[in-house]
Ligand binder design. Structure first.
Ligand code: ASP
Length: 589
């Protein structure tokens, strides 16, 4: 790597004991400046590291006076000699040397940054977002973005080596069918007409398969105008992939290898083989379709055990489930009340009860009364609780209740510190239902997107029991976070039409929305399937970051705005006119 330029001979991270005696020129930002007993110490920083520079009054009075003018984040150029440091700093690679300065040029001054640019800063998130370019100078952000770069390069190389072609697709398109709202772009040339920004390149990547490219990938920005939800960005990056002549196992095996190799190469971490867990099992045991399998606390179905004893809440519920709470017997009443309150606000399931097991059993709710002490104890054992633990029992409709138990499972495990640190557990969730029922709109909707293939063995159910049809769809989950999702696609037009019919998409509507695609399907479509990774999520997980904002250079904030640009923002009346747009005040929220 050549880092020598007109301004420097070396970077601030380069010099070592073996360079002692060399005359060098360094440039960078004055990260820390201290004056002590006639000596100015400057920690000179650039992307590569930090080097200590010394200006001693006794060596050169003028230079020393000049150096006293340096303030934080000034850009300076220093000429001098490398010498061994007396007080060595073992924490940094350049900690054994320093520069005895003989010349100083202040290349640029700097306003005082509104927060410290250290490992741990005193700046709040909003302030840092406004001055993102300064936040990006901080070591954690530099590490994250450099890691992101490495993961990007790794991905490109790995996929290229496997024969995937990096092919680009347009940003100015018509709607794509991923189920969120589109961002639209008004057309100046065609009044009243709009482009949409892609929610994903879904149809284009399928077209590439029809065009015979066999294996495609793209590291691509996608746009979804969703309501603000935890840790979502309106624009985000996907590793988007598609393959021809594949079944589910081909795709899963390929991308298990990709992820395993990435963890090994970039983190030197050996992932265990990925289990493949059916959706139903994930829901039943973990109460989530993105199960965190780093720890136990599995949910047990106790419907049959507790029904028929005359307690209405149980008898009238579709499902009753139990969640063990390790060490739960010694928790305070206040804690239980908090959890009950928390879950009541999250989900409206009718029953929340618990049993604690010290020496004796104690219960909130009538469980001991209806089952008797002995049977209740058996129930605790069945629910994988031991003496000293507790179980939470919830009753209600199946999906809502297991989901609520799943939410509690995560929440309690975090609070009680049960989740092992520095471990990664990856798995594929498979066999998703093809449709889910939208109660508000009284219709089926695709769980993934309408081009996802049903399982061959379930095709006959399309006519009789669509809710039971399983899809050739899969998600990759790491540490309880959905990192990728994909499916095998429908390549048979008759089945595609059937799916549209089931979704209540009229022929005209389908024609208008995806006519070009339906036509393309008729020209020799190979069996094909693919997957897309949330690249920001994958990066954040690998780095142990809580939010994807920490791995995106210029993200939107929690309110979906860019505080630095102050966007979104109004446009001028001239622009509006040119685009044939009028703002209707009453429509603005
Ligand atoms: N287009 C899908 C998504 O963005 C992924 C896929 O089916 O390959 O979630």
């Amino acid at each position: 790597m050549n880092t020598k330029t007109a301004y420097r001979t070396h970077t601030c991270g380069e010099l070592r004991l073996s360079d002692v005696g060399k005359r060098v020129v360094l440039v960078g930002w004055a990260r820390r400046v201290r004056t002590l007993g006639g000596v100015v110490f400057v920690d000179l920083w650039d992307r590569y590291g930090i080097t200590q520079v010394i200006f001693n009054q006794q060596w050169d009075k003028d230079l020393y006076e000049q150096a006293k003018k340096i303030d934080r984040e000034f850009v300076i150029q220093v000429e001098g000699e490398v010498r061994e440091r007396e007080n060595k700093n073992p924490n940094i690679p350049t900690g054994e040397i320093e520069i005895k300065a003989s010349k100083l040029t202040i290349l640029n001054i700097s306003k005082l940054p509104p927060f410290t640019l250290e490992e741990h800063t005193d700046g709040g998130e909003e302030l840092r977002a406004k001055y993102r370019y300064l936040d990006l100078r901080r070591p954690p952000m530099q590490r994250n973005l450099i890691f992101r770069h490495k993961l990007l390069q790794f991905t490109r190389n790995w996929l290229s080596k496997e024969g995937f072609l990096e092919l680009e697709t347009p940003f100015l398109i018509k709607s794509t069918p991923e189920g969120a709202r589109d961002f639209v772009v008004p057309s100046r040339l065609y009044p009243g007409h709009f482009f949409a920004l892609p929610q994903s390149p879904q149809l284009f990547k399928q077209l590439f398969m029809i065009s015979g490219y066999d294996k495609y990938f793209q590291i691509v920005r996608c746009f979804r105008d969703e309501d603000l939800r935890a840790d979502r960005q309106p624009e985000f990056t996907q590793i988007d992939c598609e393959m021809s002549f594949v079944d589910e196992n081909d795709v899963l095996n390929t991308f298990e290898r990709f992820v395993t190799d990435a963890f090994k190469e970039l983190l030197n971490y050996d992932l265990e083989p990925f289990i493949r867990m059916p959706y139903e099992e994930a829901m039943n045991k973990y109460g989530s379709d993105k199960p965190d399998v780093r720890f136990g606390m599995l949910i047990t179905d106790i419907t049959k055990d507790v029904q028929g004893h005359g307690f209405k809440v149980f008898d009238n519920s579709e499902y009753v489930g139990a969640l063990p709470v390790p060490g739960g017997a010694t928790l305070s009443r206040k804690k239980w009340d908090q959890w009950e309150e928390y879950i009541k606000q999250m989900a409206d399931v009718p029953g929340f009860f618990y049993v604690t097991w010290k020496e004796e059993l104690k219960a909130k709710g009538p469980i001991i009364k209806i089952l008797g002490e002995e049977t209740t104890r058996e129930l605790l054992i069945k629910s994988k609780a031991q003496q000293g633990d507790a179980i939470i029992i919830m009753a209600g409709p199946w999906e809502k209740t297991v989901s609520a138990l799943g939410t509690l499972r995560m929440n309690i495990a975090k609070e009680l510190n049960i989740i092992p640190k520095d471990t990664f557990k990856a798995l594929f969730v498979v066999d998703f239902p093809l449709f889910s029922w939208n109660e508000e709109e009284n219709r089926w909707e695709p769980n993934h997107h309408p081009f996802t293939s049903p399982k061959d063995t379930d095709i006959h159910l399309l006519d009789t029991d669509p809710g039971q049809v399983k899809a050739k769809a899969y998600d990759l989950v790491i540490n309880g976070v959905e990192v990728a999702g994909g499916s095998i696609r429908i390549h048979d037009q008759k089945i595609q039409q059937k799916i549209f019919d089931l979704l209540g998409l009229s022929r005209e509507e389908a024609q208008q929305k995806f006519g070009f695609f339906l036509e393309a399907l008729q020209y020799g479509t190979p069996p094909h399937g693919g997957i897309a990774f949330g690249f920001d999520r994958l990066t954040a997980i690998m780095l142990g970051e809580e939010t994807i904002r920490s791995v995106i250079a210029f993200p939107k904030n929690k309110s979906g705005r860019d505080p630095m640009l102050d966007a979104p923002a109004p446009i001028s009346p001239e622009q509006l006119k040119e685009l044939h747009l009028k703002i209707v005040e009453s429509d603005r929220e």
